[in-house]
Design a protein around this ligand. Structure first.
Ligand code: MN
Length: 483
């Protein structure tokens, strides 16, 4: 990806003509600061902040975000202070730059400690301004795109860190397009053979099924036209890394019920359900594949109807039915709001982070329990942005970290609940408290009247950092009382 300033500024002009002046000023300022600095590729350093700002402008990011993208490395790599940015530009831009600037104190005991402290800082920054995560992700994306110029050791480190932290963050904010890119690029560096092999499997199977999927698109199009339902059809292919994860243990691509998917985009929610009926009138559905993420969106607000059907030649194709607006949010997550809400986007993003994702609350809760950066960041990776499964506790659907047991779930609801955990019923059967919950489990915790504290061995049974920290604390308390 090589972008010139002219291309960049033309893109800005197209969606935000009023802010061209200040954005140009930010570019000139950054160019001056980075003068004489070079990337590992030998190119002038400025191509990096320019590329980051270009990625942001493609999302139609607001003025302050684009400026911060241009200026994101000047505090870290040049002798520029935040006060200076605040004076030259505005305090908001300075705040955003601060949010993505690494801590540079020299008193960290190790690189690992510094890395955790930096992630800790990013997480707390996001609580104040969601745009920090987007700038950070754009920065990471461009770093991965130019990773071939780094040493092998650095490549592996960056790629692994992306898989662990940045790609899940992208998924968390619903930025699916970004997540796919981050994951596939990292995967390529971490496992080059796996990447090539999986890509080949994907293209072979796609070619092999092309006639069937084409035929389906034609038939669905005709039927919806007859029924006068305005619509758009798109074929979507699963990303290399997601396919790899599903077939690495011997799975076959033709058995994935969602490898091939056709997106059917319509105008309204009502038409989604209408279209579902029409699709089922053409093709028989595969049992147990129907999901209604419109009535119950995923935690990151992904909304769609899914149903896998058998098309021509009995090829399994997942139909993803949703509105155009859902599609935009499904692909871009929080970043979709720059287009959907224009000037109010920043407030809307922060509101969603707080009220829909419960981000602020989770982070507050974590920082109350976790006393050092490492525990905090690991807890965050697990509890906040990690894989989740949905369970039912009474009437309520609850998302718990994948791998959670009753112990983890109890402590996720608070120290006291954990300390009172007695036994657990899953789907009506009493099971051991070490049993790992599965998607859709109906869970009922039996609590003792008074807290008895954690039992010996719980620390090793629990899988979440949060439960482990709470158990250690509970143990200390219990031990102190009995002394
Ligand atoms: Mn950078």
């Amino acid at each position: 990806m090589q972008v010139t300033f002219e291309e960049f500024i033309n893109l800005v002009k197209a969606y935000n003509p009023d802010e061209v002046e200040i954005i140009t000023k930010a570019y000139r300022f950054a160019e001056e600061c980075h003068k004489g600095q070079h990337r590992e590729s030998g190119e002038p350093y400025i191509i990096h902040p320019l590329a980051v700002a270009w990625i942001l402008a493609n999302m139609h990011a607001d003025r302050d975000t684009v400026c911060a993208g241009l200026l994101h490395d000047v505090v870290e790599d040049c002798d520029v202070t935040l006060e200076q940015i605040s004076r030259e530009f505005n305090p908001k831009i300075a705040e955003l730059v601060d949010g993505v600037t690494n801590l540079t104190q020299v008193d960290f005991k190790s690189k690992t400690e510094r890395d955790y402290a930096n992630k800790n800082k990013i997480i707390l920054g996001i609580s104040k301004d969601a745009r920090i995560v987007v700038i950070k992700l754009a920065d990471r994306l461009h770093n991965l795109l130019t990773l071939q110029y780094k040493s092998q050791e650095k490549r592996i480190k960056k790629a692994a860190e992306t898989m662990q932290f940045y790609a899940p963050l992208a998924r968390y904010i619903g930025a699916e397009v970004l997540r796919r890119k981050l994951e596939d690029l990292s995967f390529k560096f971490l496992n080059p053979e796996g990447y090539v092999e999986t890509s080949k499997i994907i293209s072979d199977y796609s070619n092999q099924t092309q006639l069937s999927t084409n035929q389906m698109m034609i038939d669905i199009h005709r039927l919806l036209e007859d029924e006068k339902v305005p619509h758009t059809l798109k074929l979507r292919i699963k990303s290399v890394y997601s396919v790899y994860q599903r077939i690495k243990d011997g799975g076959k691509i033709e058995n994935l019920h969602d490898f091939l998917a056709i997106k059917l985009l319509v105008e309204s929610k009502k038409e989604c359900y209408n279209a579902l009926g029409l699709v089922h009138s053409l093709y028989p559905p595969m049992p147990k594949t129907f999901k209604d993420y419109i009535s119950q969106p995923k935690p990151n607000m992904y909304s769609s109807i899914h149903t896998t059907v058998f098309g021509p030649e009995l090829v399994a194709v997942q139909m993803q039915i949703r509105t155009h607006e859902m599609e935009k949010i499904n692909l871009q997550g929080l970043t979709a709001y720059w287009d959907l809400f224009q000037g109010k986007a920043v407030d809307v993003m922060q509101e969603i982070l707080r009220d829909k994702y419960h981000f602020i609350q989770s982070v507050k809760e974590l920082s109350r329990i976790m006393k050092n950066s490492q525990d905090f960041v690991q807890g965050f990776e697990q509890n906040v942005i990690g894989d989740k499964v949905a369970i039912y506790d009474g009437e309520h659907q609850v998302f718990v970290s994948a791998g959670s047991t009753a112990i983890d779930y109890a402590y996720s609801r608070g120290q006291e609940i954990g300390d009172r955990l007695d036994s657990v019923f899953v789907n009506g059967q009493q099971v051991d408290v070490s049993t790992v919950f599965e998607q859709g489990d109906r869970v009922h915790l039996i609590l003792s009247e008074y807290p008895h504290g954690p039992l010996p061995g719980w620390e090793h049974i629990s899988t979440t950092v949060q439960a482990q920290v709470s158990i250690r604390r509970g143990m200390r308390k219990k031990y102190a009382i009995h002394q």
